[in-house]
Write a protein that binds this ligand. Structure first.
Ligand code: ADP
Ligand code: ZN
Length: 725
């Protein structure tokens, strides 16, 4: 193959499920450097891509297509590109699919000159349809929007908007410059820190000042001021002219958190999460790329923002399972954040009151440094945790709260304090059963019971969202008035509370009765303002909130998380309950936490009651090490699924046959997944277990790479799985 030296070529990665970049010709006059965002022809389309490097020379130079356009955006930084390469190899996801995560701000890459926006004027067309009215109402705030944005916000087609443009009701304007990012005041001092906090902050600042990779666990009990302390590290990064990223589980990204940031730094940080508008996404993405946005507080996908000068990542609540992305490109954002820090040569701070076993072991083995905060800030004491043995102190028939817990709630209310009941189960009852024939109402598309939601008068599948009205008669035997609700969800607890404390003001917090972030904020504000006496909630209430008047916390079913028996069940239950317990007694008033359990002798309950986290972690660690489970061994999950059950089974068998033999690796399965049917797809699972020294990615590639699986069958691989459903 002869390469014409007068023609320059580069390799361009496109955001499709493709493993490798393609070569393109760089026409004279265009400058395409590594990282440049470009428009290239692909098949019949033109598509956005990123220049990944020099041309590979593996394509026929004479037939290379030219790059059409180089976009006016700062090139994707080298560290971001290496991060994508690394992640693709580690997660076994096509490079293009990983890269797609990094360009999820469509507007940001549109050439800015193309952005023509429209503003409403007084002219109205002769014919006003309801759809046109909606557009007019949307545009009435006088903000300029593109046709697409207007159509999206008003819920109409682009054509409706164009109709109004043609009629002169909307006039084109230059889109006003994006709102600027206000200066962050990192120079003025934060809260005056306690001796313990100041010492911790000093270590963190020193790590940032070193400008090299290091990983540090900020290990402090809930309420010890971890946030205040890591803010000092953020301030240090800013002082050095670098950017900082604070990663939070999406659920913890509240206005309370943003307000604390503002209290420390004078302005709100840039935010990045799934509920941002397209416009805000565009603004933040560009702001980050151009270095105008200095601090981003975001959910896991913020890792893929094109930071030009990132100098620090903080992962708050690092133990949270919510950092694991289970679909599409599967990755654990905490682990990937460590990689990102290493590739960018800057420090990472992992913060938690209940560190994950992975992190605890990394500390123990000296890979991560540990800085501890042992005391709650100010006068606050750690709450007392008490187990209520439900075998000895059972609730009345048909009730779920033990007399002792009821009495404690009553006492708190009498003292003008607040109580919280925690049950990690949405809806009214997790199962509906026919008393006559024993039939259980199942989801038609999933291996799951339908959950009764009494407020909405519906049965709902929590896996696929299928809903059906609650039937009058049993769908199986036809008996009337025979269906009974089994077990409690938060709605049922609310019903019991209303009977027990008719005077009390209650608030039920779960993801399905609070729609949108605003209603969350409103609910939390009402609790803070003491407009609520008893809070009943799912895990939404467990995280990060600070309610000074909350003194009694009751965990309705402390055993719930232990039921599913996966390898992290005990660890997660411990973390969650410890978090929930941390809501109690955060100010001057001491907190009491009651765990309703049928297993008070279980190691999780004993550790919680004794307040002995480290002993618990040590025991968990030994148990995992004995059987070579993570972090002492490696795991990969493989799910074979299809809407055609026979085909799924056939291919599961094919996979089993094709699995190469290798030392220190075993392939377990196939077995029907616990969720054997999900959204109508039959699912079979393999679990690959290997020792730590094994390159599990290479093994998986050798196994799955050569297989030609038909399109009707999906084989998804999950390295370091957290879900085994
Ligand atoms: P954590 O993140 O460890 O749970 P926080 O940082 O949320 O703890 O602190 C708990 C509460 O104590 C917050 O309201 C915080 O503002 C307050 N606090 C912590 N440290 C200080 C301090 N040095 N001065 C004043 N208030 C503080
Ligand atoms: Zn379902």
């Amino acid at each position: 193959m002869s390469v014409n030296p007068s023609r320059k070529s580069v390799s361009v990665l496109v955001p499709l499920a493709l493993p490798e970049p393609y070569d393109y010709e760089v026409p004279a006059g265009l400058i395409a450097e590594p990282g440049s965002y470009v428009i290239v022809p692909l098949g019949a389309q033109e598509i956005l891509g990123v220049v990944w490097g020099e041309g590979t020379g593996t394509f026929d130079a004479k037939r290379l297509k030219p790059i059409r356009e180089v976009l006016d955006v700062p090139p994707m930084p080298e560290a971001s590109r290496r991060f994508i390469d690394w992640m693709s190899q580690y997660t076994l996801s096509p490079r293009g699919s990983v890269m797609r995560l990094a360009i999820r701000a469509p507007g940001a890459l549109e050439p800015q000159r193309m952005r023509i926006a429209y503003r409403l004027v007084d002219t109205r067309p002769a014919r006003m349809t309801p759809a046109r009215m909606r557009v007019v109402e949307t545009a009435a705030d006088q903000f300029a929007r593109t046709v697409r944005e207007l159509a999206e916000e008003a819920g109409v087609s682009d054509g409706v908007v164009r109709g109004l443009v043609d009629a002169g009701a909307l006039v084109p304007v230059e889109l006003p410059g994006e709102a600027a990012f206000p200066e962050i005041d990192f120079a003025s001092a934060g809260k005056s820190l306690s001796a313990e906090q100041a010492e911790a902050a000093e270590v963190l600042r020193a790590r940032v000042a070193q400008k090299s990779f290091s990983a540090l666990l900020l290990d402090g009990v809930t309420g010890s001021g971890k946030t205040e302390v890591y803010f000092e590290a953020v301030a240090e990064a800013l002082r050095q002219g670098r950017q900082a990223l604070i990663l939070l589980p999406e659920i913890a990204l509240t206005s309370q958190f943003l307000a604390r940031f503002e209290a420390r730094f004078g302005v709100k940080p840039a935010e990045w999460h799934s509920e941002l508008s397209t416009r805000e996404r565009t603004r933040v993405w560009r702001g980050v790329a151009e270095g105008r946005a200095r601090v981003v507080v975001g959910a896991r996908s913020a890792l893929f923002l094109p930071f030009a000068e990132l100098g620090l990542i903080v992962v708050d609540e690092e133990h949270e399972a919510a950092f694991k992305q289970d679909e599409g490109v599967t990755y654990h954002a905490r682990d990937m954040a460590v990689v990102r820090a290493s590739l960018g040569s800057f420090p990472i701070i992992l913060s938690s009151a209940t560190p994950s076993l992975e992190t605890a072991v990394n500390v123990e083995q000296g890979r991560y440094e540990r800085v501890a905060l042992a005391q709650r800030h100010g006068a606050a004491e750690m709450p007392t945790i008490i187990a209520i043995d439900m075998r000895n102190d059972p609730p009345e028939r048909g009730r779920w709260l033990a007399p002792k817990l009821v009495a404690e709630i009553g006492a708190a209310l009498a003292a003008g304090e607040q109580a919280m009941l925690f049950l990690n189960r949405r809806g009214y009852a997790p199962l509906t059963l026919c008393r006559t024939c024993g039939h259980r109402i199942e989801c038609p598309q999933c291996t799951a019971w339908l959950v009764e939601h009494r407020f909405r008068r519906e049965l709902v599948c929590h896996h696929c969202g299928y809903t059906a009205p609650v039937p009058k008669a049993c769908p199986s035997c036809g008996a009337e008035e025979s269906l009974i609700a089994c077990g409690p969800g938060v709605e049922r607890i609310a019903e019991e509370v209303a009977e027990l404390f008719p005077e009390a003001r209650t608030s039920v917090l779960s993801s399905d009765n609070l729609r949108g972030p605003l209603s969350h904020e409103e609910a939390f504000r009402a609790i803070e303002a003491r407009e609520v006496d008893i809070v009943i909630g799912t895990q939404i209430v467990a995280k990060g909130h600070h309610f000074p008047w909350l003194t009694v916390v009751g965990v309705v079913d402390a055993d719930l998380g232990l039921e599913n028996g996966d390898l992290r069940a005990a660890e997660r239950t411990f973390q969650l309950l410890q978090q929930v317990a941390g809501r109690a007694g955060r100010a001057e008033r001491p907190g009491r936490v009651y765990l309703q359990t049928y297993m008070p002798e279980h190691t999780v309950m004993r550790a919680l009651v004794a307040g002995d986290r480290d002993a618990f972690l040590a025991r968990e660690s030994e148990a995992r090490e004995r059987v070579s489970l993570p972090p002492f061994g490696r795991l990969a999950g493989v799910v074979v699924s299809s809407t055609n059950a026979a085909l799924a089974q056939k291919w599961a068998r094919e996979l089993a046959r094709a699995a190469p033999r290798a030392e220190n690796i075993s392939v377990l399965g196939p077995a029907p997944a616990p969720l054997a049917l999900l959204r109508g797809r039959t699912r079979l699972r393999f679990l690959v277990k290997a020792t730590r020294n094994v390159n599990i990615q290479a093994y998986m590639q050798a196994w799955l790479g050569p297989l030609k699986v038909p399109g009707a069958v999906r084989v998804s691989v999950d390295i370091d799985p957290y879900s085994f459903l």
